[in-house]
Design a binder for this molecule. Structure first.
Ligand SMILES: NC(=O)c1ccc[n+]([C@@H]2O[C@H](COP(=O)([O-])OP(=O)(O)OC[C@H]3O[C@@H](n4cnc5c(N)ncnc54)[C@H](OP(=O)(O)O)[C@@H]3O)[C@@H](O)[C@H]2O)c1
Length: 248
C-alpha cells in the first residue's frame, strides 16, 4: 500500500504529525514533513523514519503554514521536485489559551492564522495538482474541543469547529475529481500541547474518558493512514473521532 505515493504532513516534526510520518515510513510512501521552528526536531524525525525504512525517501521543509506566499513557494518547490502530492495531512496547529475576558486580539489571530488560514494556504497550493492527477486525499486534524468547547480555548476550539465546515464543503466540491476530503477529531492525546496542562485539568479529562487512558500520537496516525488509503475510498466529508469515548 502507498507505493509511489507522495505524502506531505504539515507540523510533522513533533507529536501527532511526527507519528503520522513514522507510520507512513513503514509503507513505501515518500514522506515529506513540514515544520517551522525546530530544525533539531525535524532532523530527528527524518532520522527515525530512515531507521524504519533505510531505502525510503524522506525530506523536511521549513515554512510557516500561516504565511501564504512562503507556503505557496515551498509547495511549488516540492511539486517541481517530486512532481505531485497525493496525500496532504493538514496537521500543524497551535494553542494560545486564555479565558475569553483576558484573551488578547493577538492570541485570537495567531491561532486562526496557523490552524485555519494554514489549512487554506496548504490546501490551496496543493489542490490544483491533485485535480490535474484526478487523485488526492486531504486529511485535516480537528479536535474534540471543536465539538464540545473548552474554557480558555474559545480561539482554538473555534478553529477546530471551522475544520468541520471546511472538510464537508471541500468534499462536495472535489468528490467528482476523485479527491477524498476528511478530518480526524482527536481527544486528549499525549504530546507537547497537552504536556503543559496542569494536573487538575488532566485529572478532569481522565474522569470523562471511558477507556480511562489518554490517547497516543500513534492512535491518531493509524487512522490517518486508513483515511489516506484506498480502503476508505468511499468515505468523504467525514470526521473520524479518536477520543477513547470522550464525547460531549
Ligand atoms: N495533542 C492533542 O491532545 C490534540 C488533540 C486534538 C487535536 N490536536 C491537533 O493535532 C495537531 C498536532 O498537535 P500536537 O499535539 O501533535 O502538537 P505539537 O506536538 O505541538 O506539534 C505541533 C507541530 O506543528 C508545527 N507547527 C506549529 N506551528 C506551525 C506553523 N506555523 N507552520 C508549520 N508548522 C507549524 C510544529 O513545528 P515546530 O516545532 O517547528 O514549531 C510541530 O511540528 C494540531 O492541529 C492540534 O491542534 C491535538
Amino acid at each position: 500500500m502507498f507505493d509511489n505515493k507522495i505524502v506531505l504532513v504539515t507540523g510533522g516534526s513533533r507529536g501527532i504529525g511526527k507519528a503520522v510520518g513514522l507510520e507512513f515510513a513503514k509503507t513505501n510512501a515518500t514522506v515529506l514533513i513540514n515544520y517551522t521552528s525546530s530544525d533539531d526536531a525535524a532532523n530527528k524525525a527524518i532520522e527515525e523514519m530512515k531507521k524504519i525504512n533505510p531505502n525510503g525517501t524522506f525530506e523536511s521543509f521549513k515554512f510557516d503554514v500561516s504565511n501564504y506566499q512562503e507556503t505557496e513557494n515551498e509547495i511549488k518547490h516540492i511539486l517541481d521536485k517530486y512532481s505531485k502530492i497525493d496525500i496532504l495531512v493538514n496537521n500543524a496547529g497551535i494553542t494560545r489559551d486564555s479565558l475569553f475576558m483576558r484573551m488578547k486580539e493577538s492570541q485570537w489571530d495567531e491561532v486562526f492564522e496557523v490552524n485555519i488560514k494554514g489549512i487554506f494556504n496548504c490546501t490551496k497550493s496543493v489542490v490544483r495538482s491533485m485535480v490535474k492527477n484526478q487523485y488526492g486525499k486531504i486529511i485535516s486534524i480537528s479536535s474534540v474541543v471543536g465539538e464540545m468547547g473548552n474554557p480558555g480555548q474559545a480561539n482554538y476550539s473555534s478553529t477546530k469547529s471551522a475544520i468541520y465546515g471546511f472538510t464537508k464543503s471541500l468534499a462536495k466540491e472535489l468528490g467528482s475529481k476523485n479527491i477524498n476530503v476528511n478530518a480526524i477529531s482527536p481527544g486528549f492525546i499525549e504530546t507537547d500541547i497537552t504536556d503543559v496542562l496542569p494536573d487538575s485539568i488532566k485529572t478532569k479529562y481522565m474522569e470523562m474518558i471511558p477507556l480511562a487512558k489518554f490517547g497516543l500520537p500513534e492512535d491518531v496516525a493509524k487512522s490517518v493512514l486508513f483515511l489516506a488509503s484506498d480502503d476508505s475510498s468511499y468515505i468523504t466529508g467525514e470526521v473520524l473521532k479518536i477520543n477513547g469515548g470522550l464525547y460531549t
